[in-house]
Structures are given as C-alpha cells and as structure tokens.
Design a protein around this ligand. Structure first.
Ligand code: GLN
Length: 481
C-alpha cells in the first residue's frame, strides 16, 4: 500500500475500487504507530477510523453515493472542535475538554466522507512558531528530528510530510500554516480572510486568523478549499465565494502575470540559502513568462510589532474565559478569595501564553492604548493601503515564507523577541487579509525552504494557479523518515 499518494490519487483509487479505504486507513494507523514516537505529531489518534473506512468501502461496493473524500485520512490541529472528542489546544487548561459540537470545517468534511485520523500538536493556543510551546512536548522535524518543524501547526505539517495522513487542517494567525509547511517541505495555505469559517476554531486572534489546509501538493490544497470554503451562518465574517471551483483551470500558467518581489522580506537577516532559493524561484517564474519586479512595502518594518500588539490584545480577551470556573481544572474554591483562585488557575498556562496575556492586558489599557494598540491598528490600516496599491499594478507578490532555515529544538526558546522576528514575512498576509501560500521549493543541506506567494483579496484561484506553476518547476527528495 502506497501511503505517499496525493488526496486526488487516493480518491480516484478508492472510487475505482483499486484500493480499499479500510486498508489505507489501517496502514496509516500502522505508520503512525511506527514513526510517531520519534516525531510526536499526534496528541490523540482515532482508533475508530478503520470502522468508518469500512462503511465507506461498503458504500463504494454497493454503488451508493459517497462523499468527495472517499475515506481520506486527515489530521486536525487540536484547536478545532470535533464533537465528543478531546480538543486540548495543547494546553493543560483544556487537557480534559471534550468538544460539544463540530466546527463548520469538520461538518463539511464529514459530509464529504473524510476520516479524522487524529488530533495533532501545536504551540499552546496556537501561540508560537516551533511547536515547542505545546504543554505536551514538541513535535520534531521529520527532515532532521533535532530540528523544530515550525509552528504553530507543527503537528499538522509533520503528519502530512511524514505520511501519517494525506492532508491536515491548521490555523494561521501570523504564519502558523505557512511556516511549518515551509519547514517540513509541504504546501501550506492561508486563504483570504473570511473564505473559510472559523466557527469551532478556538479563538486566538479572531480578527486576523484563518483555518487553512496543509497538503503535499497544490492541487490537494485546491481540492480541500473546494470542500471547506464558503459562507457560514455561524461565522458572520465569512464571504460568499459563489462555490468557486479552485481545481478547475489550475494549470492555466502564469504567462504575462506581474509579480512584485517584496524588498523588505529579502533584506536584513535573511539566510543566504533562503535568498538564493528565492532568486531561483523568481528565475523559474520568469522562465514561465511572469514579469518580476522589486516592490517596496514601507510598513512591513512595523508589521511584527503591530501584529503582536493586536494579537496579544485579542488573546488577552479571548483567554479570559479560562478562569477555572467555566473551563479548566477541577479544584475547589475553598480557602481562596476570587483573585487568588483565578491566579492559581492561570498557572496552568505555559510561559508563552502568560507572556501574551500580560502584553494583552497592558497594550490596550487606559493610558497605554494610544501608544500601543491604536498605533498598531494604524500600522495595520496603512499596511493594507500599501498592499492594495501594489495589487493595482501586480497580480501577485513573492517572498520567502521564512527568512531562515529550520533551527535546533531548544535553540531559541528562551529568546521570545528573536522568535517574534521570524514572523516578518508571514504576518503581512494576516494583517491585510490577503491570501498567501507556501510552496516547497528546495532542500538545502538537508533542511527545507519554502517560497511564499501572495495575491489580492478573493484572488485565491489565481494564487493557486501561480503556486501550481511554481510547484511544477521543482522535484524534491523524499522525507528521510
Ligand atoms: N508566531 C505567531 C504567533 O505566535 C503566529 C502564530 C499563528 O499563526 N497561530 O502569534
């Protein structure tokens, strides 16, 4: 059984009766058994998956209607609710929380006969970019297990890149889908804000985050978008995409397209290997007929500061509910007054979450808001104006997804500011609501480098066409696990 096939191949094979969903799912569970001790992508595994796969095989055999996923095994970042199963956010605070309802993306995937093979690791409440801030221990990069896999959707990226599932869903607030996709050599997609419902995604920073797929091919990302995107009455920020088909015309090419190279994302602090990969990618796109020119986005230099100010503010408010009364641990109120009780409960948060809550309490507070929060909001709107202007002249933008290569586990964990800086190339898409994708491009000294493309609002289809064109120019080695 070849576990390395794409989602589209899997669907075709099961549909034609060449493989059974049950065999595939059973083999996938065996794969998880054999490699996940080394990788720690999974926080929980769905042992019932085989039973569901068997039902799908039955439907295929009897000619009944089967959903578009045909029993495809998919992993889900553990900050999305699946009814009656644990959703921990990789936090001690939610260690025993069982979701009472399905997220909209889960409902849509269930309707299409996807199989949830397990819940995967993340930085606690999606705050971080290495998966080291998971309360349950870090995930490891399958290209070299001494290295971080990126984050916060690290478990998603590891599970897809090491064939422990076919695709995954992550969430991207400031790069959390694209960053681990880049570090693990797979495709990671952050859609236009509002393209995918966030209902049932445990909120970190609602005004800018999106759910996005992690897949091994660009076509698989388009396939996933076809299923999970679109209006949702339960999330009033969703947009009507008129049932766009993201797969059709994906091979349209990029001849004549104008692409801006974001200068502020290829300057100071970039690793020479990442810079050279970016230049190669640009040359390849030009050889396909694209016209690439340098563009400048002045506000990018303030984007990381603005991003952390806004997201910490929203996180401070979103996480206020974890007070041990509504969610949390079961310890008695006996002997505590209100503040000491809440404060004891909050000790169940890890260091990164505590850091964000402290910042998030301070920056929007009376007397400080003008200096921090409101200034950050101004940067956000100025950056959006700049990007909108650029998209009047260019179809797409390009930059490396992450300015540096994956680094060793533990190397930067005590240096939060240097970790924040690594988000410099990803947060622009979130602050402006634009769609962005990371395409695996090269393996440099055994470590992956991804290239990021951005498009204008609701130009997700064009973005996927460009990403597909770029993907076709590279052949990558197989993950050594
Ligand atoms: N590293 C960023 C943060 O910690 C991005 C996280 C994310 O996209 N969820 O906020």
């Amino acid at each position: 059984m070849n576990l390395k096939i794409s989602a589209l191949e899997f669907v075709q094979e099961v549909k034609n009766g060449n493989i059974s969903a049950e065999d595939f799912v059973a083999k996938t569970l065996e794969r998880i058994q054999s490699v996940d001790d080394k990788l720690h992508a999974f926080l929980s595994v769905n042992e019932e998956a085989v039973v569901k796969a068997r039902e799908i095989d039955k439907k295929v055999k009897s000619g009944d209607k089967v959903g578009a996923c045909f029993g495809m095994p998919i992993s889900i970042k553990d900050n999305m609710c699946i009814k009656d199963s644990k959703t921990t956010c990789a936090s001690k605070m939610l260690e025993n929380f069982v979701a009472p309802y399905d997220a909209t993306v889960i409902t849509k995937l269930k309707e299409q006969d996807a199989i949830f093979i397990g819940k995967v690791n993340l930085d606690e409440f999606a705050m971080g970019l290495t998966t080291e801030f998971s309360a349950f221990g870090p995930s490891k990069n399958p290209w070299n297990t001494d290295y971080v896999p990126g984050g916060s959707s690290g478990g998603s990226a590891v599970s897809v890149s090491s064939f422990e599932c076919i695709t995954s869903l992550g969430s991207d607030t400031g790069g959390s889908v694209r960053n681990p996709a880049s570090f693990c050599s797979i495709v990671g997609y952050k859609p236009t804000y509002g393209l995918i419902s966030r209902y049932g995604l445990i909120s970190y920073s609602n005004s800018i985050e999106q759910i996005g797929p992690l897949t091994r091919t660009v076509k698989d990302t388009a396939f996933m978008l076809n299923i999970i995107s679109g209006l949702d009455v339960n999330d009033n920020t969703t947009r009507d995409n008129k049932n766009e088909d993201y797969l059709s015309e994906i091979d349209s090419g990029i001849d004549g397209k104008k692409i801006g190279i974001i200068q502020e994302m290829v300057g100071d602090g970039i690793d020479p290997a990442v810079l050279s990969a970016t230049k190669d990618a640009i040359a390849k796109l030009e050889s396909l007929g694209a016209v690439c020119e340098e563009v400048s986005l002045d506000m990018v230099k303030y984007s990381v500061a603005a991003y952390y100010t806004i997201t910490a503010t929203e996180a401070g408010s979103n996480l206020a509910r974890y007070d041990n009364l509504r969610y949390g641990y079961d310890f008695s109120v006996e002997g505590y007054e209100f503040n000491s009780y809440i404060s004891k409960a909050r000790k169940n948060f890890g260091p990164e979450v505590i850091r964000r809550m402290i910042i998030g309490g301070f920056v929007p507070s009376a007397g400080q808001a003008g200096k921090y929060f409101l200034k950050a909001m101004k940067v956000k709107s100025k950056l959006t104006k700049e990007v909108d202007e650029v998209f009047k002249k260019y179809d797409l933008l390009i930059a490396p997804t992450v300015p540096i290569l994956p680094f060793k586990i533990g190397e930067k964990i005590d240096d939060p500011v240097s970790l924040f800086q690594i988000d410099i190339n990803t947060v622009t898409a979130n602050l402006t609501g634009k769609p962005a994708i990371s395409v695996p491009f090269v393996i440099s000294n055994g470590l992956p480098i991804g290239i990021q493309l951005l498009a204008d609002t609701m130009q997700d289809k064009l973005l996927l066409q460009a990403a597909y064109a770029l993907e076709q120019t590279v052949t990558l080695p197989e993950v050594p696990i």
